[in-house]
Design a protein around this ligand. Sequence first.
Ligand code: SAM
Ligand code: DTB
Ligand code: SF4
Length: 330
Amino acid sequence: MKKQELRHDWTKDELLAIYNSPLLDLVYQAASVHRAWHPADEVQISTLLSVKTGGCPEDCSYCGQAARYHTDIKVQALLPTETVLAHAQKAKDAGSSRFCMAAAWREVRDNRDFDRIIDMVKGVNEMGLEVCCTLGMLTESQAQRLQEAGLYAYNHNLDTSEEFYDEIISTRKFDNRLETIKHVRKAGITVCSGGIIGLGESPTDRISMLMTLANMEKHPESVPINALARVAGTPLENLPKVDVWEMVRMIATARIVLPSSMVRLSAGRIEMTEVEQAWCFMAGANSIFTGERQTLLVTPNPGVDEDMQLLKNLGLKPMKKEVKNTCSMN
Ligand code: SAM
Ligand code: DTB
Ligand code: SF4
């Protein structure tokens, strides 16, 4: 299969037809696109660290870190810079090419904590790792400051479709998300944006979210696909576990419509077998989150050793650091 031109004019009907196509056809098509655009035996290993945990003022109904829900999560103020840098060094030694720092903030404020984040970004960048942050909403000037400190990517998910958004979050609007993504792009930072399935949304909502991403002027360089991690105490704690075939369909559809992007199999791996994860890789996922703490942010995730064994079993290898994509087609 040859690389097709990137498209930015997908319709809902086209996407739904892809999403609903017979599973083996869908996976075959996605695997073909994956092979045309990416080395199919490489998986990007991103290490995720929660640098500020819990106590968040937002009401995202999936999130264990929202202060208003009574969850078991231990609140942790912003970690000291040295602690974060020590984690980054370990991640590098373990074969990770990207280090992502997450904070349970609604938005970045121009205060001492942000100055400390800037120091962390500089420090991780100097280690030769791709640095990523996810800190909530950003202004244009904050994005600029992060870029100057050496930030490579910013994660800001759409989370769900525009139509379903208000059912899940009331403390901000879908447009606020798009605004921050615009600021990130403008600052010249690469965009990492995806969402969650299993929130009670319909297939049309999933498609609508993918359509927003696929029809952006420039596709996000990374697209995390999360299965809801059900956290006790949150309004969504009793929703059913995401069916693995729905995850495979979502990943495959993302791979087909966002061929140049890294598609990240994010939350949900802890509840998947090796075989199920292999299906996701076959469907075009080429990135995962891992970490020595065996957690994502506050929920369990396989640990680095287990993940290295998984890659070995499947004949996959950790991807080396990406060369910044400056392709004008993208
Ligand atoms: N507070 C910032 C924000 O919301 O943008 C950054 C951190 S936040 C935890 C990053 C992303 O993690 C969210 O946008 C959401 O997509 C994902 N996430 C959070 N809780 C989740 C859960 N329980 N299951 C799956 N994904 C989740
Ligand atoms: C993303 O899309 N997934 C990661 C990361 N971006 C920051 C977070 C997933 C969180 C899963 C639930 C938790 O542990 O809080
Ligand atoms: Fe806060 Fe982010 Fe969790 Fe929403 S997803 S409650 S903004 S930490």
